[in-house]
Write a protein that binds this ligand. Structure first.
Ligand SMILES: C[S@@+](CC[C@H](N)C(=O)[O-])C[C@H]1O[C@@H](n2cnc3c(N)ncnc32)[C@H](O)[C@@H]1O
Length: 496
């Protein structure tokens, strides 16, 4: 597992140093658990060495080459880092914390950041027309606004004075705490200068002409010791930026999103270079369990398809894996199938959508049952699939039967000795149990735990053994099938 930001070596990042005019440091976010796979893509395509942290990789790159980073397939969001410091200790009093956050606006390398941002989005004009010194008046805290969506389970509740808490949080603090190192989910957008919020007194002390890109601050904060919430941090930092650079705040219609990341000891500031996450690139027709395109790419990479090979996704849902595969491994035949008619229709709509956008892809989908594939034996080189998890799709009881039958059938269609399978599932137990049962046909090549939107899942890598078939497995399956049929029959008779 990649280290948390605090533990990684930020000294290796040279782009953060303002004197290094030609290079910048980028942060690319990635599904937790797949940092190394993403780093290999960066190394392979850009020659860049990444510094890994949990859920992200950092890399130095020439500013002129930033567009190449935005074309990477493994990463979700890309941001240019303009300030990073370890051991950013926060004082004991809330007011002093606010002051530090407000003054933090003076520290980032705004010049380099806006240069990279401007190159990416083509903003016309000079974003930094004037830099004014801060007037040292922090923004009036608004806990009534900023803390109102704080959850009762939030671990920072204990650190906040009772009188600043919104009424619904005053009583039952600490009832339902989560883990110590939880990531606080109290949002965090700067609300400074929203015209209704500012009282007259504040306004007079803060009047200056606002020019430049409309911006908002998004704060993400990890740790339980802070004496402020993320929106409060965003408010103070945003006030400093507004004061210093004169940029107007606009929470919904912003040109620039600035990220303030507060870890337990490390703080960094970055500017977003992706308006929407890169994983949204492929789909037009969405299903209940669509995988991110970036995750599909990472799974495909683990299978390492070679030119001329056949790769299938036997349970493809909306064809997210075959579609991503066909755009990145172009000299490979990608086939997908699903036993659910509507999923196949969605797959076709998604493929047509990309073809209309001018993509040429070697991909097709069919309606089939993954436990009885309409394929001859030994024809497939690799299987890359996202199996029913048993949470949003299927059940664990179903999975135990389905996984077993599918593994036996997939072993039949996959080339012995060289064939491999990369299988993603949340239902780790069913998978481990069944891999043991089919060990004569598949041997384990490792597994990787990942985190998909808070849900823990595991990627299993399997290699096809050299045994052509194991008749005992098929026999076991058939006798089980007969028993199921007998049970069904008995149930029917009872019901009648
Ligand atoms: C987790 S979903 C796949 C989602 C897909 N990766 C996507 O992004 O849209 C699993 C799929 O397996 C399919 N499935 C379940 N049992 C199957 C079977 N016996 N044969 C083929 N497909 C099956 C379900 O219909 C479902 O679409």
């Amino acid at each position: 597992m990649a280290p948390v930001i605090t533990a990684m070596n930020s000294d290796l990042l040279k782009g953060i140093i303002p004197e290094n005019h030609e290079i910048c440091t980028l942060e690319a976010t990635v599904i937790t658990g797949l940092e190394e796979v993403a780093a290999r893509e960066c190394q392979e395509k850009l020659g860049a060495v990444c510094v890994l942290a949990r859920g992200r990789v950092f890399l130095d790159i020439e500013i002129t080459r930033v567009p190449e980073v935005l074309k990477l397939r493994a990463v979700d969001n890309v941001n240019v880092v303009i300030f990073m410091v370890k051991n950013f200790s926060f004082p004991d009093s809330r007011e002093q914390c606010f002051e530090r956050l407000y003054k933090l606006a003076e520290r980032p390398d705004w010049k380099k950041g806006t240069q990279v941002w401007q190159q990416t989005f083509g903003y016309e004009g000079n974003p930094i027309a004037e830099i004014r010194p801060l007037n040292n008046e922090i923004c009036t805290p608004r806990p009534d606004l900023d803390l109102k969506s704080l959850k009762q389970s939030s671990a920072i509740l204990d650190n906040l004075p009772q009188d600043v808490l919104p009424p619904h949080l005053r009583q039952s603090q600490k009832d339902d705490k989560e883990d110590d190192d939880e990531k606080e989910k109290d949002g965090g957008h700067a609300e400074v200068n929203s015209k209704e919020d500012l009282n007259q007194e504040e306004k007079s002390s803060r009047i200056r002409e606002e020019r430049g890109p409309k911006f908002r601050i998004s704060c993400s904060r990890t740790g339980t010791t802070h004496k402020f919430g993320s929106p409060e941090a965003a408010r103070q930092f945003g006030a400093g930026v507004n004061e210093m650079l004169g940029w107007p705040v606009d929470l919904s219609n912003f040109d620039m999103e600035v990220l303030l990341c507060i870890d337990t000891e490390c703080v960094y500031v970055a500017i977003c270079l992706t308006k929407e996450p890169l994983f949204k690139r492929n789909l037009t027709s969405f299903g209940p369990t669509n995988l991110r395109a970036t995750l599909c790419y990472n799974l495909m990479r683990l299978a390492a398809p070679q030119p001329g090979e056949v790769v299938i996704d036997p349970m493809c849902g909306g064809a997210t894996i075959p579609m991503e595969g066909s755009q990145t491994y172009r000299s490979v035949l990608h086939l997908g199938g699903d036993n659910f008619g509507q999923a196949v229709k969605r797959s076709r709509d998604n493929i047509d959508y990309l073809i209309k956008k001018g993509r040429s892809m070697v991909v097709d989908v069919a309606q089939w049952d993954a436990t009885r594939l309409p394929l001859r034996s030994q024809i497939v080189d690799a299987i890359v699939s996202d199996l029913p998890f048993g949470k949003r799709m299927g059940s664990q009881a179903d999975n135990r039967v389905l996984y077993y039958r599918a593994l036996v059938e997939l072993a039949r269609v996959t080339k012995i000795s060289t064939g491999r399978a990369v299988l993603l599932t949340h239902d780790k137990k069913s998978m481990i149990r069944n891999i043991k049962r089919v060990h004569t046909l598949w041997k384990t090549g490792g597994s990787q735990t990942i985190n998909i939107g808070g849900l823990s899942a595991v990627i299993f890598i399997l290699y096809r053994t050299s045994l052509l078939a194991d008749p005992t497995l098929k026999a076991e399956w058939s006798s089980k099938k007969r028993k199921h049929e007998q049970d069904d029959q008995a149930t029917r008779e009872v019901v009648i």
